[in-house]
Each structure stands twice: as structure tokens, then as C-alpha cells.
Design a protein around this ligand. Sequence first.
Ligand code: KIV
Ligand code: ZN
Length: 516
Amino acid sequence: MATKKKELKTIKIFDTTLRDGEQSPGASMNIEEKLRIARQLQKLKVDVIEAGFPIASEGDFEAVKRVAQEIKGPEIAGLCRANSKDIDRGWEALQYAGEKGRIHTFIATSDIHMKYKLKMKPSEVLDAAVQAVKRARSYTPNVEFSCEDAVRTDLKFMAEVVAAVIDAGATTVNIPDTVGYTIPFEYFNIIRYLKENVANVEQAIISVHCHNDLGLSVANSIAAVQAGAGQVECTINGIGERAGNCSLEEFVMSLRTRSDILPFKTNVATEYLTPASRLLTTVTGIVVQPNKAIVGANAFAHEAGIHQHGVLMEKSTYEIMTPESVGLKENLLVLGKHSGRHAFKKRLEELGYDLDDENLNKAFERFKALADLKKEVFDEDLEAIVVDEVMRSTDQYKLTHITVSCGSCAVATATVQMEIDGKLVRTAELGDGPVDATYKAIRKLAKSKAKLLQYNVGSITGGTDAQGEVSVRLSEGDKTVTGRGSSTDIIEASAKAYIHALNRLHFKTARVAESL
Ligand code: KIV
Ligand code: ZN
């Protein structure tokens, strides 16, 4: 007799890498970078992409609009506070996604937020929530409402808010653990309470959104789906405000690996998890700790002899999932100076980069120049090329030329030429070593007062001909950003990293609305 296959409930994956993830210190992305990540999320087949917070700045608005115009498949959400101005502006950007556009509106419901932040009475908050949802519904039937700081909200009041916003037309209601305070048992009970005490709850999907302040965001999200939540909000590599958000790859692989006791599945194409993680690291400069689950460098490395022996005999002795299932492939030597355009394009596609002809040509030229300097070109080199040649092409500041003279008996001198807003400018500076001279020259050309907080140099791959990779951290006022640059010349890599960070500062400064 054939055994009946267990029915698995599909949990919607709402990715907020481009919104909450971008709120990580130093993670701001330009439009080109956001689009690149969005294309990877499309390949991952997430159900919803939260593309940004349209009213926050012109840059955010444009990014949400471009994602809404270009990405097909997932629904596209934009965050809006519970007021008409935010919602109207939000829909202006989201309308391009048509019926896939989702307005995500929110207001805090906890006593502490209502009293100190909003200075509003509960009845006023309830009214604002209902009005916001109604306004959003006048644009689209796809409306999500979030009770900010839900975990610290009085349960009876929250049940009232949830019922009212569903009545007003919300199709998804999110119950966020905004400050990462809850634990699995408590969160399970909160979701269960709403499921059992809100009469119209089945007319909407209950969503959860967990922050990782206590390292429990994935565990809490799992507990919530066990209690009946149908959507989980998460980010690639778990980036996000403070300690980050629920990690998409950890949550998805937990459901997949333990479907024996967790009767759930997602639509995520897990073989794109590793490329997505690497792309995000390349774009933001935020590196993943080596021991991070699923996508850390050591996640599938077996060090102890006894483990290595076991895995050689039978993989499942020490591996609960295969590296292939998360898209981890051996880093084979890919290309060399005799490789053609076709092989180059194919390898980029395998890594998740589909470039148009113009960008492919730019990247290919740079690859040829690199292959002349370097015998072996690895995947990481290709990723660095795409970032430099394609994603940064719209930057305000660009390095066009650098010459440095230095030595043990010489005063270091750097001559730097940059393109700033389309105009070529050049200067020379002396310094305490070549990097100092270079940074002085860049600061002078960009008229920047930014402070250098951190400078790190490493190599992308092995060998003395490897590309050096420099990452820097800059701050100006209350803004902190990271920048990365790569080149076989360490000084050029240093200059690129600094200029990348300046571009990010510039982009961030343009943001006007209060940060969330
Ligand atoms: O953490 C949070 O509460 C949020 C909401 C805006 C959903 O990010
Ligand atoms: Zn959040």
C-alpha cells in the first residue's frame, strides 16, 4: 500500500534585505546595487520583495520604482508610515508593479511607543491604522499592515487593532518583534492568541518579522509558523537594524531540512542561496562570519579527522543538508587570459549576473586586463569586476587615474585624478606613506570632511598576483558607511574603497526622512 505524502503548508517569504537590511550600519546601496540584489531575489523566487521606503529620499523612491518596473514574479512592497503623504508617495513608486504592488503601512501599538514616541492615545493609533489601510486600499487590494513593537503590545489592544485593519481591508497583518525581545514560547502564544481571538483573522495572512537582538530571530519565526503565521519576513545573511533580522537562508533551510517534523515549505529556489549571500557581501562590504549557518565559509567544512573520514564514507554522517542544495560549488579555477567572451558571459550567468551587452563589454575588457596581470581568475575576481564596472557606474565620484611615488627614503606623493559629477579634476598631495597621500588627495578633490574609522586590506584569492581588496569605514556627522575596492595594485584598491565609501555617504546624505 502506497504511503500518503504529508501535506506541507507553503509559507510566504517576504524579503526585506533592500529595506530593513539596508538599515544595517554601513549597508546603504545605490539604485544599481539594489536592482542587482532584486534580480537575485527574483531568481531565489521569494514571494515578496520589500524594495525600500519610498518617502525617505529621492534615491529610495527611484529604487522602489525601478524594482517595481523591472522585477517580474515576486510582489513588490514599499514601506509607508500610517499617514496619507507616505502612502500616496509609496503608491506613486509601486504602481509600476501593477497588481503585484503592495503597500506596507505601519504604526507602533505598544504602550511605550505610543506614549513616548508617537505621543498618541491608543484610540488615535487605532484610528490612524484604519485610515491608513483604507487609503492604501484606495490604490491596491494588496495591503499589509504592521503593528510596530507588537511583542510589547497589550494583547487585547492588538487583537482589536488586527480585527479593525482586516475590516478596513488589510490582506496581510504583520506582528513584528521590532526590538528582538521575544522567545519562541512567548511568540508562539502571541500568534496563537490572535488566531484564536480575532474573529476575522482568516481573511488575512498573519506575518512575522523578527529581529535578532537575542539571537532568536530564526527560532522565533519557526515558532510563529507553528502557531499559524503564513508569512515570514527576513533578509539575506540576516542583515538589518542593530543585530539584524531573521536570516532568510537559515529559516528556509530549517523548514526544508526538518520537514519531517515541520509541515511547511517555501517557494525558494535554495540553490541560489549561496550566490545571493555572496552578492550581498560584495555589494555591501558586510562580510559573513565564517561560522555562520548555511552561507559561512566553514558551514560545510569538516576539520576533525573523524568527521572527514565519516563524510568520505557516507555524507549524511555529518552533513544534514548538501552543499549543492544551497548552491555551494567548488571554487574551480574558471578563466584565464585565453578565455573568450562567451565563456566569460556563461560563468557570470552561473554566478547570478546577467549583464546587458554594454555592461558585458565593460566587464570583459576589465577581465582581459586582469587576466594579463594574473594567471588565474577566480569567481571572487569576477564578482569584484562586476561590482566595479557595472554597479558603480552611476556613482558621483569616480577614480580615473592614480600615480604614487614612495620608498623608504622618499616622501610619499600621490597624484589623483577623479571624475566628479562628470568633470575631471586632479591634484597631488604628500603624505605619511602612499595610502595617506592618496586619501589626502581624494579628500581635497571631493571636499570631504569624512573621518576614516577603519582601514583593512586583504587578498581576494591566494598568490602574490592576487587582487588586493581594501575595505574602509568612514563617518560624517551621524552617518557611517563602508566602502570596498579591489585591484592587483593595493594603492589603487585603497583609493577605490575610499571613493566607494564617499559615494555611499553622498547617497545617504540625500535621505531626508527620519530613519526607522
Ligand atoms: O521591525 C519592525 O517593526 C519593522 C516594521 C516597520 C515592520 O521593521
Ligand atoms: Zn524591522
